[in-house]
Design a protein around this ligand. Sequence first.
Ligand SMILES: NC(=O)c1ccc[n+]([C@@H]2O[C@H](COP(=O)([O-])OP(=O)(O)OC[C@H]3O[C@@H](n4cnc5c(N)ncnc54)[C@H](OP(=O)(O)O)[C@@H]3O)[C@@H](O)[C@H]2O)c1
Length: 296
Amino acid sequence: MLVTGAAGFLGRHVAMGLRRAGSSVRCLVRPGSAGRVPRAPGFEVAAVDLRAPARELVRVLEGVRVVVHAAGLRAQRPWWGETFQAIHVDATARLVAAAEAAGVERFVLVSCLGAAQDADLAYLRSKAEAEAIVQRSRLAWTILRCGLVYGPGDGRITRLARWMMWLGRTPVVGDGLFLVQPIAVSDVVAGCVAAAAGRLERRVLAAAGPDVFSFRDMVELLAAAIDRRLPLVRIPVGVARGLAAARRISGIVPWTVDELQVMLRGYTCDPREYFQAAGLMRPLPFSAAVRAYLGA
Ligand SMILES: NC(=O)c1ccc[n+]([C@@H]2O[C@H](COP(=O)([O-])OP(=O)(O)OC[C@H]3O[C@@H](n4cnc5c(N)ncnc54)[C@H](OP(=O)(O)O)[C@@H]3O)[C@@H](O)[C@H]2O)c1
């Protein structure tokens, strides 16, 4: 199996999940990120940028039966050629072509809730284009459209919890009434493992958690999980956007501008089809799961 984005939050968890399920895993990472992949028997590292020519990708895919494509951009950095078009669309097209040439059988794409060709956000359009490329391919494909994923090592909910501890406040963005449906990373991994095993072929599944909250309820649950009574502080959307834009400098803000924009849309779904397909008898409830991993 080959996992792209294996130095990232989701990709690392997926790589470890596939390994636990008995597969050997080749971790495709950017050359500078090789130090962040799991070092254990059954893992190998392929240090290649996804923007490499297709022939290099074909070489990396030699002997691979299944690709889980979890690489992606949280924010664009056009000055380094890192745009949603370049990474989500063009690199996916090259990876799919290379997978076909290398004789890969299955391709699992991690996409996101709200992906649509006519979306007004470039991030969502690029994800929809990647989905279309995968669906047009000769490979047996599965697409998982994830909601907000949380778990050990995530740079969003975990960072927000740290922020709350540091600030002594529970930040509510805007009116805090927009909806979120966070899903535990282990529940996304379960779907990736099922898809990699060929149980979810030709399916587009909406993978979000069992609870739908307002953002305000979610941060209050987070405060309870870290065992603090923190007064609410309202952050106007414009200020939240400014902070997200400054994230590049400070690194401490939990969301990028694009992620904030997607979050404010409040995408939710009925995840029951996903739970059933992924064999999740008891998808993790948010409050218990964050309590467990944030250590309260
Ligand atoms: N986390 C969520 O809540 C969520 C929700 C919905 C969908 N998704 C999707 O899930 C995927 C993974 O998200 P994540 O949270 O794990 O993000 P992440 O932690 O930022 O991981 C993304 C990984 O992609 C890698 N990558 C980016 N450009 C690359 C390139 N040119 N060549 C090779 N690798 C490259 C990054 O490498 P470096 O480490 O070297 O930067 C990084 O390790 C993304 O496609 C995202 O859109 C995530």
